[in-house]
Design a protein around this ligand. Structure first.
Ligand code: SAH
Ligand code: DHB
Ligand code: MG
Length: 235
């Protein structure tokens, strides 16, 4: 195939840009899903418990859950912080990637979500390896600072606070530690021009990505998942 002169669907020319970002072939998507089978009975039950409690179904997808598990394993994480617990789906994935002595510190604003998450952590048999903090994450995070430094911080709560969560992560991760942010394509609006100044969460997510891209303290990539998964390593 001729690579140099092709124009990809985004109208970008040049041999590097021609290699597409992400993959929109549904057959390949279902091949990977069937191959990896990322959602077992425990994760399926956790997801259904959340739905049954009337919570929004905004947990990570099965394959993103697998990404989280593998990131935790790759970074040999012993101490992981999660901001935004929901029903515990992504937390169970993160715990699976840690070795059995690993611990998850997870933060959730909603008492209802926290209650369902605790049930799900018990159902998954990981309740002894999790501490759940209920309240505004930015107010509660200082409570765990003395237990740091941490190996991985997964940010998945209110999008407007992503830059503040990143500042916390930069101070409290070990060097070589990993920060992961979900939804960093801002539900499709991250590249929208002109930027929607009236959409504060889009501007905050742009700032989050830019901080990770431009700071000499980080080396960063973005996994082109449907939602956008930004991953930075602290130098
Ligand atoms: N990580 C979860 C999904 C999280 S959804 C998973 O993939 O399974 C986002 C969660 O963040 C919601 O449960 C919401 O209640 C919580 N949240 C929103 N703002 C918050 C805040 N300021 N502090 C703590 N939690 C917050
Ligand atoms: C929403 C939040 C998320 O973290 C997500 O992955 C999907 C949707 C939301 O607030 O709508
Ligand atoms: Mg998310």
């Amino acid at each position: 195939m001729q690579m140099g002169s092709r124009t990809n669907p985004r109208g970008l020319k040049g041999s590097q840009m021609d290699k597409s970002f992400g993959n929109s072939d549904e057959a390949i998507g279902s091949y990977v899903y069937k191959l990896l089978g990322p959602e077992d009975q425990v994760l399926e039950a956790a997801r259904k418990e959340g739905a049954a409690a009337g919570m929004p179904a905004i947990q990570v997808g099965g394959l993103d859950g697998r990404h989280l598990e593998v990131f935790a394993a790759m970074s040999r994480a012993q101490k992981v912080v999660e901001i935004g617990t929901l029903a515990g789906y992504s937390g169970i994935c993160l715990l699976r990637g840690m070795n059995p002595s690993g611990h998850l510190y997870t933060f959730e604003w909603s008492p209802l979500h926290a209650q369902v998450a605790l049930r799900n952590f018990k159902m998954a048999g990981v309740e002894n390896r999790v501490t759940l903090y209920v309240g505004e994450a930015l107010e509660r995070l200082p409570q765990i600072e003395s237990e740091g430094p941490f190996d991985l911080v997964f940010i998945d709560a209110d999008k407007g606070n992503y830059p503040a969560y990143l500042e916390w992560a930069e101070k409290n991760l070990r060097s070589g530690g990993v920060v992961v942010g979900d939804n960093t394509f801002a539900f499709g609006r991250i590249a929208q021009e002109p930027p929607r100044e009236d959409a504060p969460s889009v501007m905050a997510l742009r700032k989050f990505n830019a901080m990770l891209a431009e700071s000499p303290r980080w080396r960063t990539t973005i996994f082109p998942t449907g939602e956008g998964l930004t991953v930075g390593v602290k130098r």
